[in-house]
Design a protein around this ligand. Structure first.
Ligand code: IPD
Ligand code: CA
Ligand code: CA
Ligand code: CA
Length: 274
């Protein structure tokens, strides 16, 4: 049965509180020595990812013992009702491992009809982005809006590359190469959740990335939509946290960016038939 603590507004406050609490852990550990383990040839995890995740899981289980959780480092935790938390305890691990102060905590919760609340917290700038479905998006409590940009040549775009980019460079490198020649500029910041939060805040005009995971995009996707932007699957289909190839932008730029993405995908498909 639905509880008072399960309304979008209450879940948003829980996401905000959890993201802030975990962000403090990341900030405190940032100047300290860190332990780095490799999950593959390139993909890595630090002691800070694990400490942040452990604290978040304790926090969410105490608040919502019946909710399910999917967290990057420890996987899935089954619940007995329909809510599921999607947790990235440190988005931007490569930056963190190299002492680059650009990373965040991303916490979102989904119900049967998709993501309903989420928060992205940058502890180094003390910036908290949050949203609840139908209630808009804010940065430190103030409403934010996605960019009104209409032209690619005036647009600052952003992208990222998956850890296994060497194994399948065609999509990310190909679309990057196409768009870098058309946009005002292109950034690769190393934190997908913050990239989406920046689209929601109108700092980036557009963003695309391939191969993302649900915890990377759940909160950020809701932020973009609630800030009046558009987020879709890269082929124009509906946004789905389980399909991690995404395209996001302000509403005015969306048709142009989508046309570029579709052209690119069609040409790639056509070439791969040779
Ligand atoms: C990564 C970051 C990065 C993106 C990668 C993600 P992590 O997440 O969001 O910007 O390009 O695809 O895996 O490992 O730092 O949580
Ligand atoms: Ca991530
Ligand atoms: Ca992570
Ligand atoms: Ca990771």
């Amino acid at each position: 049965m639905a509880q008072d603590s399960d309304t979008p507004a209450a879940l948003r406050r829980t996401a905000e509180e959890g993201a802030r609490m975990a962000g403090r852990i990341l900030r405190e550990r940032f100047p300290q020595h860190r332990t780095i383990e490799f999950k593959g040839g390139i993909d890595l995890v630090t002691d800070a990812d694990r400490a942040s995740e452990a604290a978040l899981l304790d926090f969410l289980r105490e608040r919502h013992p019946h909710h399910a959780i999917l967290a990057e480092e420890s996987g899935a935790w089954q619940g007995t009702d329909t809510f599921r938390w999607l947790v990235d305890p440190l988005d931007g691990t490569t930056n963190y491992a190299h002492q680059v102060p650009h990373f965040c905590v991303s916490v979102a919760v989904e119900g049967p009809e998709g993501v309903i609340a989420g928060a992205v917290y940058d502890p180094m700038l003390d910036e908290l982005f949050s949203a609840a479905k139908g209630e808009g998006a804010t940065l430190n409590g103030r409403p934010i809006q996605a960019s009104p940009a209409e032209h690619l040549e005036r647009a600052l775009l952003c992208t990222g590359f998956p850890y296994d980019v060497r194994e399948r460079p065609d999509l990310p490198v190909g679309l990057f190469t196409q768009l870098i020649l058309l946009a005002q500029g292109m950034r690769r910041t190393g934190s997908a959740a913050l990239d989406l939060a920046y689209v929601a805040a109108g700092r980036f005009d557009g963003y695309f990335e391939f191969g993302l995971k649900p915890w990377d995009i759940a909160a950020g996707g809701l932020l973009v939509a609630e800030a009046g932007g558009v987020i879709v699957h890269i082929d124009g289909g509906p946004f789905d946290v389980l399909k991690g190839d995404v395209l996001a932008s302000g509403a005015a730029l969306h048709p142009l960016l989508l046309a570029q993405a579709k052209r690119f995908l069609a040409e790639l498909h056509w070439k791969s038939r040779d």
